[in-house]
Design a binder for this molecule. Structure first.
Ligand code: NAD
Length: 257
């Protein structure tokens, strides 16, 4: 199956892993729909840059993944959705008894419920096209836990369950649904956690990276954004046609511990 000419909608794709997946798809000739909730000049510039560099069609559509209606409208406005990458995600770190309810609700909405809405809206497009790929970006924290990340870990475990359910509901169709579970990737989301962790553990930046973040990543190396892009492209390939309802860990051995 040639990916050229297909359309991928990638939520939360103006930065980090989502942007990396957009580039990886574009290099395969896939038209890409970029998304975030900001709608600033830079967002549209990224789409122009991808279009210029790869020759695919790239478009930015604003939609807040915390809002179910906007999640569904994103897919409708894309007007095609052969590949859906549910990537948008945020993080907040606090003990459960101090965890602000608003942060809990935002994380569950953006990291989990958004994927329910986008999948529901995308399936009719995929069924009409007779082909579809859904890739949910979960996390090593979709398979294991750590303290102080209750909302994130609940959402990331939840998206693994949603992946399995959607895969069973589409198993007789040429549609696959899988989750990628990365370990630590040095993106803005992870960068933002470093200062607080430095304070919390009274460590410098290098110590936080080595002794906290990569402590459970046996390879002692951050996963590269491009590596996640490569796995997403593989999941869209013919070789991956029978891979559905599963998780692919890209975590330097974290979940082998
Ligand atoms: P990032 O902060 O670099 O990018 C997140 C993207 O989501 C940005 O484009 C941001 O604009 C967008 N976004 C945030 N809130 C949004 C909203 N309400 N509506 C629409 N877009 C929104 O983060 P990242 O590290 O690239 O993370 C991407 C995904 O990968 C997340 O789901 C994250 O949980 C997951 N992940 C990241 C790591 C890691 O180590 N970086 C590891 C495992 C899983």
């Amino acid at each position: 199956m040639k990916l050229q000419g297909k359309t991928a909608v990638i939520t939360g794709s103006t930065s980090g892993i989502g942007l990396g997946i957009a580039w990886a798809m574009a290099h395969e000739g896939v038209n890409v729909i970029l998304n975030s909730f900001t709608d600033c000049d830079e967002d549209h510039d990224i789409a122009n840059e991808i279009e210029f560099a790869t020759g695919v069609r790239a478009r930015y559509i604003k939609a807040d993944m915390a809002n179910g209606k906007e999640c569904r409208e994103l897919i409708q406005s894309a007007s095609a959705c052969d590949i859906l990458i549910n990537n948008a995600g945020i993080q907040y770190v606090a003990p459960i008894d101090e965890f602000p309810v608003d942060n809990w609700n935002a994380i569950i909405a953006i990291n989990l419920t958004s994927a329910f809405h986008t999948i529901a809206a995308a399936l009719p497009f995929m069924r009409k096209a007779g082909w579809g790929r859904i890739i949910n970006i979960s996390s090593a924290h979709g398979l294991t836990a750590s303290p102080f990340k209750s909302a994130y870990i609940s959402a990331k475990h939840g998206i693994v369950g949603l992946t399995k359910t959607a895969a069973l509901e589409t198993a007789l169709e040429p549609i696959t649904v899988n989750a990628i579970c990365p370990g630590y990737v040095l993106t803005p989301l992870v960068e933002a956690q470093i200062p607080d962790t430095m304070k919390e553990y009274a460590m410098d930046r290098e110590e936080v990276i080595e002794r906290v973040m990569l402590a459970r990543q046996p390879s002692k190396t951050f996963v590269e954004i491009e590596e996640i892009g490569g796995i997403a492209v593989f999941l869209c390939s013919t070789a991956a046609s029978q891979i559905t309802g599963t998780t692919i860990s890209v975590d330097g051995g974290w979940t082998a511990l």
